[in-house]
Ligand binder design. Structure first.
Ligand SMILES: Cc1cc2nc3c(=O)[nH]c(=O)nc-3n(C[C@H](O)[C@H](O)[C@H](O)COP(=O)(O)OP(=O)(O)OC[C@H]3O[C@@H](n4cnc5c(N)ncnc54)[C@H](O)[C@@H]3O)c2cc1C
Length: 608
């Protein structure tokens, strides 16, 4: 490749890879820069569960799920709670809902990606106010399969030589000439500069199928063009003939920034103890740089953080957290052991509301109490690492794990996680829960009698029989069991204290930073827009409106860096599975715009 590629892509996560592939296809030369090691190509998508939000898909149709764009858009807008000035985010939402099936799912299918036939029902809302129907399409092979497919497409492309992939290369600044962005400054990083793995406390026994890290995508060449092998000086500049695309991820890897932007009006002060479930290079530095050159960075305080996280049994980085899919038949308790009420907190129904409830208490943690039988059937982890059969596409053991439950996973956490305790009685459980919080929070807040009373009341309701169930959690368990995607993974109205289901299990849950809903504002072609008030450049700008002005020539943003489109396509909340899809969608649209062949904008459905 000549010294100046057509396009520089900053970030080799899913968004950056998708754009790169599409740019190669449209005849461009690409310089793809990333701070990461070769085995980390694909960014967060490598670790992702692989759930994708799509509307009126073949899988939904086969399962007779009546979905349509109008219904999906209504759901999206209700959850997003866009502000009136969120013009671009709303337009992005309309386009995403209308085009995800074909422009995301269809495109991935052409690369060989398959989706599991049973569609999952995430974020249905505590009161039916989330996804009206199941839309979470699980990628067969998890996020790792997505990365493999896109990376495989790049590797197999006849114009593969038009890609210059430089890893361990950190972009430190953008270069402008007049109004235009023409390149960036790069700093070579060395093999030992990535965050070192944090050694696990004590021995962690793991079933052999749970790997510590997901392997590199097939075909990744170890040592391909790491910066120090390029005979490049430690700092250098690169220029692009046509465009620079920012695909550097969100801000969730920078806990200081997450705390600074924490939405205190809804969630109170930022938690002192916050886990990190994002990319350790998602530090917000490129957001800051885009702001510095006049780009509009919006809504950083909108984040998709989770309340159901635990400390990683074998952390790979500081504050490494794992998002659980906690058992829905467990009872959620506040730090004093009192059940949340009158509306109980129940995992997977409404992630934001669960975080709000947890954050009502300044201690900002919760307990989930269940038993081994429930945990075996219902406990899961969102991510490729702890779903080896799905990740490795091993159908028979995967189906068996759905049928028989995941005893190995529960044992793995009971033996290795400091946030899991088990006991033969509620009294013993209370003592062990107190041991955990004594060490972490300096308190022993669980009174065994309170625990007995709360769990006893729940169990007594179940014992009275279905006809007398008058408990919102049991009503919702009934609803879960009505959908075949959940039936096998939901225990049948299981009491907590039950000699046949022992031991008892308690899980301490806490907040974890994950996804950025805000980001660099873009138009529908992924062109970065100027900040309002940058009047020297911006005829349309009106200060304070957040609408953004005209595009900055040569600069594009995609994926989580762009708030998955428009600087915040989700508004304040997500329907889940919308992130990976957003990376594919924005990655494709940016490449099409740069190629001058914008994908046709679809007319959104009319809402009643
Ligand atoms: C465990 C887990 C499970 C998930 N499950 C799902 C799911 O089921 N469904 C879903 O929709 N979403 C899911 N997500 C979220 C989704 O994976 C991410 O939002 C998405 O992959 C982000 O992709 P990206 O390309 O925008 O950014 P990233 O994947 O963060 O990639 C950004 C890249 O930019 C590089 N970079 C950053 N700064 C610089 C710099 N200055 N110079 C050079 N390079 C830089 C980084 O090294 C990184 O490789 C999950 C996330 C996790 C962690």
């Amino acid at each position: 490749m000549s010294e100046s590629p057509d396009v520089i892509v900053v970030g080799a996560g899913l968004a950056g890879l998708v754009s790169t592939l599409e740019l190669l296809r449209s005849g461009h030369s690409v310089l793809l820069l990333d701070r990461c090691e070769p085995k980390e190509i694909g960014g967060l998508a490598r670790e992702a569960f692989g759930g994708m939000f799509m509307v009126d898909s073949p899988e939904q149709r086969r399962s007779r799920i009546p979905d349509n764009e109008g219904l999906a858009l209504e759901d999206w807008l209700r959850i997003a709670e866009f502000d009136p000035e969120d013009t671009w985010p709303r337009r992005w939402a309309e386009q995403y809902v209308t085009r995800a099936r074909d422009d995301v799912g269809g495109w991935l299918r052409q690369l060989g990606v398959k989706f599991f036939p049973v569609v999952n029902w995430a974020e249905r809302g505590n009161f039916g106010d989330g996804n009206s129907v199941p839309r979470f399409h699980l990628t067969w092979g998890t996020g790792k399969a997505l990365v493999q497919a896109v990376w495989g497409g790049i590797e197999a492309h006849p114009r593969r030589s038009a890609l210059d992939l430089r890893l361990r290369s950190r972009v430190t600044g953008l270069i402008s000439e007049g109004d235009r962005i023409v390149g960036c400054r790069v700093s070579a990083e060395h093999a030992d500069s990535s965050p070192s793995a944090v050694p696990a406390k004590g021995g962690v026994k793991r079933p052999p199928q749970i790997e510590d890290t997901t392997p590199a995508p097939e075909g990744t060449h170890w040592g391909e063009n790491p910066a120090e092998e390029l005979n490049k000086p430690d700092q250098y500049e690169v220029r692009a003939a046509k465009a620079v695309v920012i695909a550097a991820g969100g801000i969730g890897g920078n806990l200081e920034l997450v705390r600074r932007e924490w939405p205190t009006s809804r969630l109170g002060p930022a938690p002192e103890k916050l886990l990190m479930g994002s990319h350790y290079y998602a530090d917000g530095a490129m957001h800051e740089e885009v702001g510095r050159i006049g780009g509009n960075v919006t809504h950083l305080s909108r984040m998709w953080n989770y309340a159901d996280a635990v400390r990683h049994p074998k952390p790979q980085r500081p504050a490494h957290g794992l998002k659980l899919i906690p058992p829905r038949s467990g009872v959620m308790l506040d730090p004093d052991g009192r059940r949340y009420g009158p509306v109980p907190v129940m995992p997977t129904f409404d992630a934001y509301s669960a975080l709000e409830r947890m954050c009502e208490d300044e201690r900002k943690y919760s307990w989930l109490v269940c038993n081994f039988k429930i945990a075996k059937r219902e406990l899961d982890v969102s991510g490729s690492q702890h779903n080896p059969y799905l990740r490795e596409r091993r159908l028979a053991p995967f189906l068996l794990s759905v049928l028989l439950g995941k005893a190995g996973l529960v044992e793995h956490f009971l033996e290795g996680s400091p946030d899991f305790v088990s006991a033969g009685s509620l009294e013993e459980l209370a003592a062990k829960m107190n041991d955990v919080t004594a060490e972490l929070h300096g308190e022993r807040a669980i009174d065994p009698q309170v625990l007995q009373r709360e769990i006893g009341r729940y169990d007594a309701t179940i014992s009275r029989g279905k006809g007398l169930f008058n408990d919102d959690q049991l009503r919702r368990i009934g609803q879960l069991r009505n959908w075949r995607g959940d039936r096998l993974r939901t225990a049948r109205f299981q009491r907590i204290v039950d000699p046949k289901a022992m031991p008892l299990v308690a899980i301490r849950l806490q907040p974890m930073a994950r996804k950025s809903l805000g980001g660099i504002q873009t138009d529908l072609g992924c062109r970065v827009l100027r900040a309002p008030g940058d009047a020297a450049h911006d005829a349309q700008a009106s200060a304070g409106t957040g609408r953004g002005g005209e595009p900055i020539p040569g600069l594009y943003a995609i994926g989580e860096a762009a708030g998955f489109g428009g600087g915040g396509v989700h508004g304040k909340r997500s329907l889940e599975g919308t992130f990976l899809g957003g990376c594919v969608f924005t990655g494709r649209l940016a490449a099409a715009t740069i190629a001058g062949a914008e994908l046709p904008v679809r007319i959104p459905p009319r809402l009643g």
